[in-house]
Design a protein around this ligand. Structure first.
Ligand code: HEM
Length: 497
């Protein structure tokens, strides 16, 4: 009798929790009681990308907002640009899954930090990403790009190679310099270990998401995933903590005017960049005491590296593959580079960057076509009335960046790669919220200017030296939190003379 009563109570509770609330968006077709849509996620990350695209296209077809169930967890999916903006500016918190699954590594750093902490941290962090600070990095970006160009030379004439590894390495090196003032290039092993640790962390996070039984911290703590994730976290934290402690010491001794004979930091930040740069960690250490604790500084530095290096590397990977597939686009960029920079292979200046309008159009079209960050999560923390439905307090929401970039506002050629659309306002959506590659609303990407500047400089140096060929139609993609190629993305290079 007791068992029957318990089962009855559970069933009633289950039906009550799953009841559609008044005005809620419709549920995506394929829903099965109890498991929801979870069965559709089973498979590898290549399959996950296919399912994600289906989620985007179905949501587009059904009017721009749908509901999706991962086991007991409800997600709203949004592909309408206006609705994305409304939600993003009303609900600033991130979904609880993203926050919980990344807490060990990222703590309360900007990307997934709770909104009360995020507000004060973003205010402090904004000046560290302003134009003046970033202009100070231009020398370093040029130097790093020349280094990349040199290392790519070993691929000359050898046929297709995996360009992603080159971009990952150089982006990580650059971001470690600009965020911590740490030069990891001297130690290849350290460089590889750091990249592997980040990759491992993201892989474990996605595996956990796909396994609802591991969503509970207790269950997860017994799993092998948890142990691997802890190991990656340890590697990343040990590295950042070591640098932080060293910098703090140097900072103190500098402030008390003592000569620190071990302080070679300033020498090499100057040597590497040509001009002295001020890394993010230093800007945070200079804050008035008490504003940021050591833990806060570590969280923000780790977040900057995590959010910055694979995204920039991924966009560059897609960019070179696309221009390798569209030679006329590539030649037009090269002509523009010659027009702005002249014949000589000189470094780019701040003024040059604002004149490279076609290059900027191709970068933006690359990011629309293959959005490296295909979604932005939010927690609905108050009911939000949309055009045709209401999303309810307490549920998770995915702003489907890939879906928005295929929305009909982009016109009939939304599925085509056409950089020219960015050059004429008449061929762009009148809705400014339609380009979401850097996220949306008040919590958008703090590093977008950094990313655009560093990518423009990298591309300019590589393209002035090499002609690129590739074929993006052969590329196979996977959903690894970020959108990443699995195969078919290799390019070939030859000297441009
Ligand atoms: C092309 C490269 C990049 C892309 C496509 C990209 C994209 C994004 C996206 C989609 C978000 C989430 C926004 C949202 O939820 O609405 C984000 C957030 C963020 N990005 Fe980027 N990003 C890039 C480069 C960078 C770089 C280079 C840095 C740092 C140097 C950076 C630092 C951050 C941080 C700290 C956040 C969290 C912002 C917050 O919550 O206040 N990103 N980025």
């Amino acid at each position: 009798m007791l068992i029957i009563l318990a089962l009855l109570t559970i069933s009633v509770l289950y039906l009550w929790l799953r009841r559609p609330l008044p005005g809620e968006p419709p549920v995506m077709p394929g829903y099965i009681p109890i498991i929801g849509h979870t069965y559709r996620l089973l498979g590898d990350t290549v399959h996950l990308w296919e399912e994600y695209k289906t989620m985007c296209y179905t949501t587009l077809e059904k009017g721009g907002v749908l509901t999706y169930w991962v086991g007991p967890i409800k997600y709203y999916m949004v592909t309408d640009p206006d609705e994305c903006m409304t939600i993003a500016n009303t609900c600033l918190d991130k979904d609880y899954i993203s926050r919980k699954f990344t807490r060990n590594l990222l703590g309360n750093g900007l990307l997934y930090g709770p909104v009360n902490i995020w507000k004060s941290h973003r205010k402090v962090m904004n000046p560290a990403f302003n134009q003046q600070v970033l202009d100070g990095f231009i020398g370093l970006f040029n130097k790093q790009s020349r280094k990349l160009t040199d290392s790519l030379s070993k691929e000359l004439g050898k046929g297709p190679f995996n360009q992603a590894t080159y971009f990952q390495q150089i982006s990580l090196e650059t971001i470690c310099l600009t965020s911590m003032g740490l030069d990891i290039s001297a130690d290849n092993k350290q460089n590889e270990q750091f990249i592997e640790a980040f990759e491992e962390f993201l892989n474990m996070t996605i595996s956990r998401f796909k396994s609802p039984w591991l969503h509970s911290d207790f269950m997860y703590s017994w799993s092998s995933l948890s142990k691997k994730q802890d190991e990656s976290t340890k590697i990343i934290h040990e590295m950042t903590d070591t640098v932080l402690q060293r910098r703090k010491k140097e900072f103190k001794s500098k402030n008390s005017n003592k000569t620190d004979t071990n302080n070679n930091y300033e020498n090499w930040t100057q040597a590497r960049s040509g001009k002295k740069i001020k890394p993010l960690m230093d800007l945070l250490l200079e804050l008035e005491e008490g504003i940021f604790s050591d833990q806060d500084i570590r969280d923000e530095v780790v977040i900057t590296i995590t959010a910055g290096y694979e995204t920039v590397a991924g966009v560059l990977t897609f960019f070179f593959l696309l221009i390798g597939s569209f030679p006329e686009v590539q030649e037009r960029i090269v002509s523009e580079l010659e027009e702005v920079l002249g014949k000589e292979h000189r470094d780019l200046t701040k003024q040059d960057l604002s004149r490279l309008l076609y290059l900027e159009a191709v970068i933006k079209e690359t990011m629309r076509f293959y959005p490296i960050a295909p979604y932005a999560p939010r927690l609905i923390d108050k009911d939000v009335k949309l055009k045709n439905c209401t999303v309810r307090t307490g549920y998770n929401c995915l702003l489907m960046i890939y879906g928005v970039s295929r929305h009909p506002v982009w016109g009939e050629d939304a599925e085509s790669f056409r950089p020219e659309r960015w050059l004429d306002p008449a061929t762009l959506p009148s809705n400014p919220n339609a380009f979401l590659a850097f996220g949306v609303g008040k919590r958008n990407c703090i590093g977008k200017l950094y990313a655009m500047m560093s990518m423009k400089i990298t591309i300019a140096h590589v393209l002035r030296n090499y002609r690129v060929t590739g074929d993006h139609t052969k590329m196979k993609l996977k959903f690894d939190i970020l959108l990443k190629p699995v195969s078919g993305h290799y390019i070939s290079i030859e000297n441009r003379v």
